[in-house]
Design a protein around this ligand. Structure first.
Ligand code: NAP
Length: 527
């Protein structure tokens, strides 16, 4: 059952007097439950409990944390239809997507459970002593990763499960040993509360300290601001717009004690069409891209919003087929009336720019809150000179840039902001011929794709989901896959510490049997 209340540790609480409702975008009506925005006292209590919980949670064994993570996955699955129905009513997304995202969320929780059971993720590095060394004896130094402290997580509107309450950020923070306070996304507060109840049940069942998790409702930015400024909060995870992520980064860096903000933000995901691939298969590529641009009503951070090619008949053909094909695709419902009004506003802003031509724009009547897919084209010089054209239009929208030659295409890549992905559509031999284009793209992106589409982010250890600013605030880390745990930890060294007082991870006997680096050699052996 959805109560509309906040989870402050194990307690459901609603002491505030600001209320709000979520919206069913398909029906364009408010959903039933009323949500109570967290009061200042509730925010204080959640943070206090989290910092108290940290003292026990940070020392918890990998197997105990894994039980907690697996129990969250079990509790989410146990909610079955209620969760799926709530997700659909708050997002307008279809059942298949809801179930797929639930599967991804469960998979992430279980992958982190496996990681912490195995235990080697702490990067244990041991340099044994050499007290006879002259002129100065060498001390015994042992290093491992330790958790940062309470983490605040902001989820995005477009992933109510996988990048939200029990999404990747939360699962990674729990695995690291950090308590989590979620600032619930106002557009899917019901889905958020249900998942919060699953986390809470799992925490109680597996004996976690109270305060290891809280879920705070809010309809505006104030609660998030209060959380990021709170001295007991030690890190922030954010998935959303560049505007939101940048605001939080600035707030966090202005604190007396600045803290890290790992923000995953917007991106236009450039796609580079190289000449021979265009000669060989421009129509097929166009058909594939019509689908990629409209997938999920274009509401993906990896949506291909920018396509770069060299002017000529092959690119003309590509634009024609892309435009013809995209119009045939049935429009889908966007997540919220605010999202569609932002889409229309941002798109109109681009369409009003000098030199932009619309090549596809659905003209038919469409259902309420459904998005009209749009393809535009512009000359390379115009694109270079107008930064407005470089901004994300969150929705089923893309600009095809017609460059006068490959040099102009490369210049454009060099002027782009940092991006999550870059895609090269090419024949194999073009990779070495256009190596400076590939190098330029590699400088601007976190992931480079060969002859594919950027939409679809596999969850696996080798995935890098992030990129140079503003795709993310710290391009050294991924937000997807088990290595995202590295965002919530810091390296810590023990010097000359008695063996029996060291954590098991660093003891001579290696009781956990993990892989460590001892005096420069990777091994699972004892010392
Ligand atoms: P959003 O408007 O930035 O909202 C995300 C969250 O941040 C919300 O909870 C929002 O709170 C909060 N927020 C926004 N501005 C804030 C501020 N100035 N101070 C404090 N809190 C603030 O983004 P969205 O519409 O939910 O998501 C769409 C965007 O996310 C797109 O740009 C998309 O590309 C990006 N995205 C990125 C990734 C990635 O992995 N890189 C994944 C998915 C989506 P309120 O709603 O309460 O204001």
């Amino acid at each position: 059952m959805i109560t509309g209340k906040n989870y402050i540790g194990n307690q459901l609480s609603s002491t505030g007097n600001v209320t709000y409702k979520t919206i069913n975008p398909k029906l364009n009506i408010e959903n039933e439950p009323t949500f109570f925005e967290a009061s200042q006292e509730e925010v204080e209590k959640a943070v206090y409990l989290a910092s108290e919980a940290f003292e026990g949670f940070k020392k918890m064994s990998g197997s105990k944390k894994a039980k907690f993570l697996n129990a969250i996955a079990d509790e989410i699955l146990a909610m079955d239809d209620l969760l799926i129905e709530t997700y659909i009513s708050e997002t307008g997304l279809p059942e298949g997507r809801a179930k797929g995202e639930r599967g991804r969320t469960i998979g992430q929780l279980r992958a982190f459970a496996d990681l912490v059971i195995e235990g080697s993720w702490v990067d244990a590095t041991i340099d044994t002593s050499d007290l006879d060394r002259s002129p100065i004896p060498k001390q015994d130094i042992r290093k491992m990763l330790v958790p940062l402290g309470p983490v605040v997580v902001f989820g995005a509107s477009n992933f109510p499960l996988a990048y939200a309450t029990a999404g990747g950020d939360t699962a990674a923070a729990f695995a690291a040993g950090c308590p989590v306070i979620v600032k619930s996304h106002p557009m899917h507060a019901g889905t958020g509360e249900l998942v919060a109840s699953a986390i809470n049940k799992a925490a109680i069942k597996t004996g976690m300290p109270e305060g290891v998790f809280s879920n705070l409702n809010s309809s505006g930015i104030e609660i998030g601001v209060q959380l990021v400024k709170h001295p007991k909060v030690k890190a922030v995870g954010f998935t959303g717009s560049i505007k939101g992520g940048r605001a939080l980064l600035d707030l966090a860096s202005q604190r007396p004690e600045p803290i890290p903000v790992f923000a995953e933000m917007g991106s236009i995901n450039p796609v580079i069409l190289l000449p021979e691939a265009m000669t060989a298969r421009s129509a097929d590529i166009a058909k594939t891209y019509a689908k990629s641009i409209t997938l999920g009503a274009g509401q993906f951070c990896t949506n291909p919003g920018l396509i770069l090619g060299v002017k000529g008949k092959n690119l003309d053909h590509f634009i024609k087929v892309l435009s013809d094909e995209i119009i045939k695709i049935k429009p889908s419902c966007m997540l919220h009336p605010n999202i569609i009004s932002n889409y229309e506003r941002n798109k109109t802003n681009v369409l009003q720019q000098k030199g932009i031509s619309v090549t596809a724009n659905l003209e038919n009547d469409i259902a309420i809150n459904h998005a009209r897919q749009t393809v535009t084209t512009v000359a390379g010089k115009t694109f270079l000179e107008n930064k407005i054209l470089h901004q994300e239009v969150f929705g089923p929208f893309s600009i095809v840039v017609q460059c006068k030659d490959i040099e102009e295409l490369e210049t454009i890549i060099n002027t782009l902001d940092g991006q999550l992905t870059g895609t090269i559509i090419a024949e194999k031999e073009e990779i070495s011929r256009y190596n400076t284009v590939i190098d330029a793209l590699q400088n601007r992106v976190g992931r480079i794709i060969f002859n594919g589409v950027p939409t679809g982010v596999e969850v696996c250890p080798a995935m890098l989901h992030g990129g140079p600013y503003p795709a993310s605030t710290d391009s050294r880390f991924t937000a997807v896959g088990v290595q995202s745990i590295k965002r919530w930890v810091r390296p810590f060294s023990y010097q000359s510490w008695p063996n029996e007082l060291l954590p098991d991870t660093l003891k001579n006997e290696n009781p956990l049997g993990i892989s460590r680096i001892i005096d420069g050699n990777r091994t699972s052996s004892k010392i």
